[in-house]
Design a protein around this ligand. Structure first.
Ligand code: AMP
Ligand code: MN
Ligand code: MN
Length: 322
């Protein structure tokens, strides 16, 4: 069923129960999109959607509705509407898939190039810098409250790396500008949720930079964090955010790779590229996905296997490009 904005809001208006969920290991866009949409519905329809996320990273806890997020996915009556945000496939929706299966109507709002169209009605715009940006375009600007605006602004800030990634367009900036008019403090969101790092985050960033290795004539940089290090520092997913971005801006580098060992010999891969390599294509080959310049996957094997598999694919693309 094609996505129709009018029908979407009519469905929200009619629904008795509304569920919203984002992807596993939620990032800023995921949390901002889910809470921004929930706020808009609460503020304009007088309904309280239930928001499901694996966790709300501490830096985002000030967002309106963050305290009501459900992290334990209890079984419940089927939802009238269930909406997946910033997530394009079953695997990445995690335990929330149970709600999708029983929901009367399902929607997906997403911007991943690899989005599979796994819901009944899917609004997927890969050109959009953030899912929060798409959600803004569905809303009536005059009905956006400060709480909603803060969440959407945070989503855009995080997925654009503070308006610097190549996905940032004039529309992104104009929407961010419109959100500022709703009273958002850009300093609070940019410094407080993006740049501010804990001592632990800085330590692990330093360690990853120091241990990073260049290959393919300096075009690829990679670093890894193994189980031992994760356990030693007690690292959570949010503690390694931003490391990949620092690796990517190394002079001469086209692709940055950061791998974290989730369970023995199973590695969570993050990839970023600058201008040439399509990292979504590479991550898709290994069961993951994402965007042309930012993607992820989970690979198994030794550290060396993972790096060799990824660099072989990068090399093919670089050779083809000449
Ligand atoms: P990350 O390196 O985890 O920050 O992911 C980079 C981008 O790719 C983000 O937009 C993620 O949502 C997306 N992504 C990561 N892993 C996957 C996956 N397995 N499938 C689809 N998209 C992914
Ligand atoms: Mn995301
Ligand atoms: Mn996103």
């Amino acid at each position: 069923m094609a996505f129709e904005t009018l029908t979407f809001w009519e469905d929200i208006g009619k629904a008795g129960s509304i569920g919203i969920a984002g992807h596993i290991r939620p990032d800023g866009d995921c949390v901002g999109s889910a809470l921004g949409l929930a706020s808009y519905i609460r503020d304009n329809f007088g309904k309280e959607p239930e928001v499901f996320l694996e966790e709300v990273p501490r830096a985002f806890a000030f967002l309106s509705g963050a305290d009501k997020v459900i992290t334990d996915y209890p079984s419940r009556e089927p939802f009238d509407i269930f909406i997946a945000v910033d997530c394009g496939d079953e695997g990445r929706l995690g335990k929330a898939m149970n709600y999708v299966k029983s929901a009367k109507k399902t929607y997906c709002i997403d911007h991943h190039a690899t989005s599979s169209g796994f819901m009944e009605s899917n609004l997927v715009i890969p050109e959009s810098a953030a899912t929060a940006q798409i959600i803004y375009t569905l809303c009536d600007d005059s009905k956006i409250t400060k709480g909603c605006a803060e969440a959407l602004y945070l989503g855009i800030v995080h997925d654009t790396g503070v308006f610097k990634h190549s996905c940032t367009t004039r529309e992104t900036m104009e929407i961010a500008g419109a959100l500022l008019d709703h009273g958002v403090s850009s300093a609070r969101i940019i410094d407080g949720t993006f740049y501010e790092k804990t001592y632990l985050q800085n330590q692990i960033l330093g360690r990853c930079l120091m241990e990073s290795i260049l290959c393919l004539d300096g075009k690829v940089i990679f670093s890894s964090i193994d189980r031992k290090t994760i356990n030693l520092y007690g690292l959570g997913p949010a503690d390694t955010e931003g490391i990949i971005d620092q690796l990517r801006v190394t002079k001469g580098v086209e692709v940055a790779i950061l791998i974290r060992e989730l369970t023995p010999r199973s590695w969570r891969v993050s990839m970023r590229s600058c201008e040439i390599v399509d990292v979504a294509k590479i991550c898709s080959m290994f069961g993951g996905g994402g965007h042309v310049r930012a993607a992820g996957a989970t690979l198994s094997g030794s550290r060396r296997d993972v790096i060799n598999n990824l660099t072989a694919e990068i090399e093919k693309q670089l050779v083809k490009q000449g």
